[in-house]
Design a protein around this ligand. Structure first.
Ligand code: SF4
Length: 279
């Protein structure tokens, strides 16, 4: 029986991308290859909010008690090792039991499964077949991997997904990290990986924008993906894990999307639920 280290497992409305508004189970795995400390910061500076929270880590017993941040990665506790004790390692059977408990009819109906992170396509690829092959998961029709687009699929997992999608739908929502995240271009923009996802499922880019400089970076990134053969749609989404920041730039980003002919993705979890953990 495979195991997964689970940061969060919750039921909510998908707030971003292609499935905005769809009731979904979110399975947030632990671990990420990035830290994204630059979100919401002046170019070249890194957020210190996470470090300040980590100094008080013993005060927090579960995710719902953790403070929200207005700069840096808003799901910091799902990968920073200082918060790892909040994320249990569970066998896939136990995860499926929990999923059934949070589904409103105790079985899959029209709901969607979102596997997110952290970065869900790190080493956990080997555990997903056990999870998806569980008897209670057979009615599931749609799954999205929310990924940063840097992790190649293993041969075994790719073959598994190609079989799985014969009667179902797979989506890769690729939130590639532009320099405004604080990550380096060479590691973050990996077009050949995203083109491989496109062979397996419906794949789109979802780029976080705060400034005109981010927009210029987005244009350059999209050009590199297109040159490599990527054909999927491009969404732009406002930065903002808290309402104050989100409200500052959501309209501007929507207007940028219209100018470029790209799609606008909201972050419905911010106005609806204040982006609290578990939403
Ligand atoms: S890739 Fe995503 S989860 Fe990982 S640090 Fe960046 S924003 Fe956070």
């Amino acid at each position: 029986m495979s195991k997964l280290k689970i940061a969060e497992l919750f039921y909510s409305v998908q707030g971003e991308g292609r499935y905005m508004g769809v009731p979904s189970v979110f399975l947030r795995t632990f671990g990420c290859n990035f830290t994204c400390g630059g979100f919401g910061m002046p170019r070249g500076e890194m957020s210190a909010e996470r470090d300040a929270i980590a100094e008080r880590v013993v005060e927090f017993r579960d995710y719902n008690q953790l403070p929200l941040v207005s700069t840096g990665c808003d799901s910091y506790a799902s990968w920073d090792p200082r918060f790892r004790d909040l994320s249990p390692m569970l066998e896939t059977n136990a995860i499926v039991d929990r999923i059934m408990q949070i589904l409103p009819h105790r079985r899959w109906e029209e709901e969607h499964l979102v596997i997110t992170g952290g970065e869900p396509l790190l080493g956990w690829q080997r555990a997903y077949p056990d999870l998806l092959d569980h008897d209670s998961m057979h009615r599931l029709k749609e799954i999205t991997f929310e990924t940063n687009g840097t992790q190649p699929l293993s041969t075994e997992f790719k073959e598994y997904l190609l079989r799985w999608r014969a009667q179902r739908e797979i989506t890769f929502s690729v939130s590639a990290k532009l320099p405004g995240s604080g990550e380096r271009w060479k590691e973050a923009i990996v077009p050949e990986v995203v083109c491989e996802y496109e062979q397996v499922g419906y794949t789109y880019l979802k780029l976080v924008i705060a400034t005109e400089q981010d927009l210029a970076d987005a244009e350059r990134a999209v050009s590199e993906y297109r040159t490599a053969g990527f054909t999927g749609p491009v969404y732009v989404m406002p930065v903002g894990g808290v309402e104050r920041v989100y409200n500052l730039n959501n309209r501007a980003v929507a207007e940028m999307a219209m100018r470029k002919g790209w799609r606008y993705s909201d972050r419905l979890q911010v106005p609806l639920f204040k982006n609290e953990w578990g939403t």
